[in-house]
Design a protein around this ligand. Structure first.
Ligand SMILES: [Zn+2]
Length: 167
């Protein structure tokens, strides 16, 4: 298991934490250790979202998101971005990040990325790879709430003591 990922699971919305842990365990089993899955982003604060939105607009770089602060499920701890990490030389260290959705590292006839997608979907998560604004690393689950509804809850201070919206 990947320590970085475990830490990031703790930042998810409280209602999703234990489920995300189950998902992560299933993913680890499915990939058989050839490739590992890392959760690169879970919670993103409003401030971090604004900084990201500025990229390619008012800050250098190219545009990476269409979501302003409050308009991403990440801002409520209800989204996860993933990457595959691979031990290329077999020394036990996962030394390369891979966003290839077709690679079958464990050679079981199923692309590893799609195995991850399958696990998330089996828990009712939405995959960004199904969207027109294609976002293959992205998964989210919001219990039927839209980002606007969540933003409203946040504005009305309907949040727990850690700032997570009460849903
Ligand atoms: Zn995302």
């Amino acid at each position: 298991m990947d320590i970085v990922t475990l830490d990031r699971i703790k930042l998810l919305h409280p209602r999703l934490r234990s489920e995300a842990m189950d998902i992560y365990e299933e993913i680890c089993e499915a990939l058989k250790g050839r490739a590992m899955c890392r959760f690169t982003h879970t919670l993103r604060t409003f401030k971090e979202q604004d900084e990201l939105y500025a990229k390619g607009r008012t800050a250098p770089g190219s545009i990476v998101t269409k979501a302003k602060a409050g308009m991403s499920m990440h801002n409520y701890g209800m989204a996860i971005d993933i990457v595959l990490i691979v031990d290329t030389d077999g020394d036990g260290k996962y030394d390369r990040a891979v966003w290839d959705t077709k690679k079958d590292f464990d050679k079981d006839g199923k692309a590893d990325w799609m195995e991850v997608v399958q696990v998330f979907k089996s828990y009712g998560w939405t995959w960004g790879g199904d969207w027109k604004f294609y976002d293959a690393p992205h998964f989210e689950k919001s219990f039927g709430y839209s980002v606007r509804e969540l933003l409203n809850l946040k504005k009305k201070k309907k949040v727990d003591r850690d700032g997570y919206v009460s849903v």
